[in-house]
Design a binder for this molecule. Structure first.
Ligand code: AMP
Length: 615
């Protein structure tokens, strides 16, 4: 007889519930399947749990409780309206709501649960979590550490031994742990964190920026006496933050925020990801300090890690994976949805305890990377077929991502966009899946910005749109079956098509193109529909898109030097000498416009700091 056991992530910001349904572990509930960990009473005295409570939180803070997880294990009363509750009671209300979701799914009562807690939770906090479960009518069969749950979701509970780092940044808390997993046993070797750092702090920084802009325009400080406008901008800030994870720009447009002397005042502001990253950099850097400390406490180096797993909604912020990759040399994994990963891992253990054979969580991911080719630096020379994916392999589907590119020549009126599938930095060693031209661009002397947006869904349909940012002029193609395995004949057809595109350079193309094993699985879909005219036979350099990697590198380099200067005093004299030498190399490379040397010096300094910070 198979029991019904559910896995629950009782989170600081959101909570989720998972169980074995059909043939796999799945999240229960509708919509996003995330329940905001908020409880409140409406002005009419109605109990609100989840989204409804969160909606009123900024307007009625005294009637709403959030982040109760931070108070678990404390002997303090939590005021809510005209009543008081224990932290366990508030948590029990959240658990009860989740259990209700499960009950609707299964049509039967749910009695047993695995509940996750942070690795650093004390006995008192664990006991309080158990009590919350009991108050919600549950038998808590296991209290499971969150990093262990994440490693179970990724299938690290099999026979071989794995060492993984779990970087978990949620709404209000940050934790990083190094774990080893072998069979049923997972050990947390070291853990660090900050109980008061998370995506909410990113929201606050963006909110400050929006309110400053409003004050600059109209001289009104929305933080005082304008609760409704303040609440609207708070929502707008979080929405803008989420969008900036996928788009290079976001437009915040809030109309009628305040009526002054009968006149409606609006806010209309564009924010760039670069500006946003500058705002949050200091906070993200502080998490990387904890990463180094955790590694050093665990007695491990980055090279001992089999994986870095990203957990928590805020790890969708691209700056985080980029900095982790740069500092550790490891591509962090996000193939299980970061905000659902802990609940799914709890679901894996719950399913096993219920008697199901479950190895790991199954999610739809893209097995390949996709992106356009561009002009960029390769080994110190400009190369027109550089490739950096916009959609990375192993990303959960569906996915939409946009990246910025620039026209390569002054007064350029046309861009020819070639979309590839593959992993090689040389586009010609990947597989061309579609190409198109955008014509009639504004002929500007300065580089003109072109946004390339790619969306891939679970059915393998890839949409690509290139848009001139200044005018909104755009062109779109759809590639069907982008994920389908192709035959050798189709791959040969792809090869011929690419050859035709580069007929003027056929010789060099023949030399450079080789289909590699492992990249052969998919070829261009020859039915790619190109809106408008037919494809040009060759793409002269003046139609190429430029990726401004050089400019990104300069700002990265300056930040890195600042960080390094702050650490100089703490460095061993040899390291200090090396760091100062690298500062000079970086400055010289920037002055000389030498991207290859710049990139190498950035890499070397990044690695040096990673180790210095770990000491
Ligand atoms: P969690 O506690 O794991 O549910 O994470 C919640 C936090 O993740 C909140 O601060 C959200 O605003 C944040 N978050 C959710 N989606 C995104 C996103 N796409 N980009 C950045 N942060 C996000």
């Amino acid at each position: 007889m198979i029991d019904l056991v559910v896995g629950i992530d009782l989170g600081t910001t959101n909570s989720e519930i998972a169980a074995y349904v059909g043939d796999r572990v799945r999240l229960l509930g509708s919509g996003t399947k995330m329940l905001p960990s908020c409880v409140g009473f409406s002005p009419t005295g109605e109990l609100l749990v989840g989204q409804a409570a969160r909606n009123q939180q900024i307007l009625y803070p005294e009637r709403t409780v959030r982040s109760v997880k931070r108070r678990m294990g404390m002997q303090e009363a939590v005021p809510l309206g005209d009543k008081t509750f224990t932290p366990q009671e508030i948590s029990a209300l959240i658990l009860r709501e989740l259990v209700q979701w499960a009950r609707s799914e299964f049509g039967q009562p749910v009695e047993k649960a695995v509940i996750t807690v942070p690795a650093y939770f004390s006995d008192a906090q664990r006991t309080a979590t158990r009590e919350a479960g009991m108050l919600a009518g549950l038998e808590v069969v296991r209290i499971l550490n969150e990093p262990t749950a994440a490693s179970l979701a990724y299938g690290f509970g099999d026979a071989s031994r794995h060492t993984a780092m779990i970087y978990d940044l949620g709404g209000g808390t940050f934790d990083v742990s190094v774990v080893t997993a072998e069979g049923e046993v997972t050990e947390v070797l070291a853990s660090h964190g900050n109980n008061h750092l998370g995506g909410d702090d990113f929201d606050d920084l963006l909110l400050e920026r929006l309110e400053q802009e409003f004050e600059r325009l109209y001289g009104i400080d929305l933080r005082h006496g304008h609760a409704a406008a303040h609440a609207r901008l708070w929502w707008a800030a979080e929405e803008a933050k989420k969008k900036l994870s996928f788009e290079p720009y976001v437009r915040v447009r809030e109309e009628n925020l305040v009526i002054q002397n009968g006149k409606a005042l609006h806010l209309d502001l564009e924010l760039s990801r670069t500006e946003y990253e500058e705002m949050i950099l200091r906070l993200v850097e502080s998490t990387l300090d904890s990463v180094s400390k955790t590694l050093s406490d665990a007695g491990k180096g980055a090279s001992d890690l089999d994986a870095i797993l990203l957990v928590g909604g805020s790890t969708r912020t691209p700056l985080i994976s980029r900095l982790l990759r740069e500092r550790s040399g490891i591509e962090p994994r996000q193939d299980v949805h970061p905000d659902l990963c802990v609940a799914l891992g709890a679901g894996v253990l719950a399913s096993r305890l219920a008697g199901h054979e479950v190895e790991r969580v199954l999610v739809d991911i893209s097995p390949y990377s996709f992106g356009p080719s561009h002009l960029g630096d390769r080994g110190g020379v400009l190369y027109p077929h550089c490739y950096r994916p916009i959609i990375h392999r192993n990303t959960p589907l569906p996915i939409t991502r946009t990246e910025s590119y620039w026209t390569a020549a002054s007064y350029q009126k046309v861009v020819h966009v070639e979309i590839y599938q593959g992993e090689d930095e040389d586009a010609l060693k990947n597989i061309l899946v579609g190409d198109f031209r955008v014509e009639g661009l504004q002929p500007t002397e300065e580089p003109n910005e072109v946004l390339c947006r790619m969306s891939l869904d679970v059915d393998g349909i890839l949409h690509v749109t290139a848009t001139e940012k200044q005018t909104g002029k755009s062109k779109h193609i759809t590639v069907a079956n982008a994920l389908q395995t192709k035959t050798a004949a189709e791959i040969e057809a792809a090869r011929q098509r690419l050859k035709m595109l580069y007929s003027r350079r056929a010789q060099s193309f023949d030399d450079s193109f080789e289909t590699r094993e492992g990249q052969v699985a998919s070829a261009p879909d020859l039915r790619a529909e190109v809106e408008g005219e037919s494809v040009a036979s060759a793409s002269p350099p003046s139609e190429i898109l430029l990726r401004r990697a050089g400019m990104e590198a300069v700002s990265d380099a300056r930040r890195l030097i600042d960080r390094s200067r702050r650490l100089l005093e703490k460095m061993h004299p040899d390291d200090k000498e090396e760091a100062i030498g690298l500062h000079e190399s970086i400055e010289t490379a920037i002055d000389a416009g030498d991207p290859a040397t710049l990139e190498k010096a950035i890499k070397d300094l990044g690695e040096l700091l990673f180790f210095v910070e770990g000491q």
